[in-house]
Design a protein around this ligand. Structure first.
Ligand code: SAH
Length: 342
């Protein structure tokens, strides 16, 4: 269905940018991948889905922040793109067992555009939740805030630019012989070395909104994602039924992602005057937060799961798997906060 919508649009108005293409493919209200599919666990498995310890360690991390914020009586916890709600469930369970006062103080908001995932979260999460579709719909409050996003930014529309022979081009999607294909369209002359890079204005806008909220209410944003600190090139990927596929096939039915540019997130936060820790690898963050100790406790209490726990740890930390391609950054205000794990 999205195929014919995009065909018609391109026939009428000409090629669309990669960003516009991703926005249609992922967010079209009726046919976009993140509107129609139960995505998580079908096409990809995320870290909290691999092992409960992931969400638990983030719960322990947040408890430390709660103490550093002088144990406020109300604290907003916000998760962006909670998927099946696994992370927040493990997060809340651990907080309930280690700090009843923190658990009671939590005012929980989940930012989720997918109505099917929202239903799933409703059936799964045993906690009072305020759901909103977009970050701008988060209700204003005076409370300090802990915000979490795991694999959220990589799902946002991203543009692709190329500089060649001092000319700047942007990648577009066009149609020829009823088939979609990528083309670079000339934008303007631009002095500099030949290179290809990506920019996400959606990511920039959301990061600026997060910084604004943190400056107003104080608190921390913890972001974990697939990405790089410095890099360039084309990182657009499609996954269809769990297998890599061509981003221009199965439009609306395959998951599209681009690597997150952590240097960019960091510079937005620093320009706004916020404190920043990281990025560091997911492997180092989890190990610094006590991954091995927690897994050893679980192995002792559940010896029958020892092998699967070991396999999960390898998957989360091995540099050939999720260990180093996933990075973690914390952004905070005021500067007196010292987020653990870095
Ligand atoms: N954090 C979860 C799921 C990651 S998948 C986990 O770690 O398991 C990305 C999530 O972000 C999904 O829940 C998806 O529906 C949601 N999402 C994607 N684009 C979004 C957008 N523009 N606004 C709000 N949520 C979005």
């Amino acid at each position: 269905m999205l195929d014919s919508i995009l065909h018609e649009l391109i026939q009428k108005n000409g090629p669309i940018t990669q960003s516009q293409f991703m926005e249609y493919a992922l967010q079209h209200p009726e046919y976009g991948y993140y509107r129609t599919n139960l995505a998580v666990s079908k096409d990809f498995i995320t870290a909290p889905e691999i092992c409960q310890v992931f969400g638990e360690l983030i719960g322990a991390w947040a408890t430390d922040i709660y103490h550093q914020l002088n144990e406020p009586t109300k604290l907003s916890v916000i998760e962006l793109g909670p998927g099946k709600g696994t992370l927040i469930t493990d997060f809340l369970r651990v907080i309930n067992s280690i700090s009843k006062s923190f658990f009671k103080a939590i005012d929980l908001t989940l930012v989720e555009i997918n109505p099917h995932l929202k239903d799933l979260q409703k059936s799964y999460i045993q906690h009072l939740v305020n759901w909103v579709d977009r970050i701008e719909d988060i209700p204003e409050s005076q409370h300090p805030i802990i915000m979490i996003a795991n694999e959220f930014f990589d799902a946002l529309p991203t543009a692709n630019y190329k500089r060649q022979d001092n000319k700047l081009y942007e990648r577009h999607v066009s149609v020829a012989n009823k088939k979609f294909h990528f083309i670079y369209r000339y934008l303007r002359n631009d002095q500099g070395p030949n290179t290809i890079w990506e920019e996400s204005s959606a990511t920039k806008k959301i990061m600026e909104q997060i910084c604004h909220i943190l400056l107003k209410q104080s608190g921390v944003f913890l972001c974990i994602d697939y990405g790089y600190e410095s890099g360039s090139g084309d990182t657009l990927q499609a996954i269809y039924h769990g297998e890599p596929s061509d981003p221009l096939d199965h439009i609306g039915n395959s998951d599209l992602t681009c690597h997150v540019n952590f240097a960019h997130l960091k510079s937005i936060a620093q320009r706004k005057g916020l404190g920043v820790m990281g990025p560091i690898s997911q492997r180092d963050f989890l190990k610094n937060m006590g991954l091995d100790m927690r897994v050893n406790v679980l192995k002792r209490t559940n010896p029958e799961h020892a092998a699967s726990l070991e396999a999960a740890v390898t998957r989360l930390t091995n540099p050939l798997q999720m260990g180093t391609i996933f990075n973690v950054i914390a952004v905070f205000s005021p500067h007196t906060i010292k987020p653990a794990g870095f």
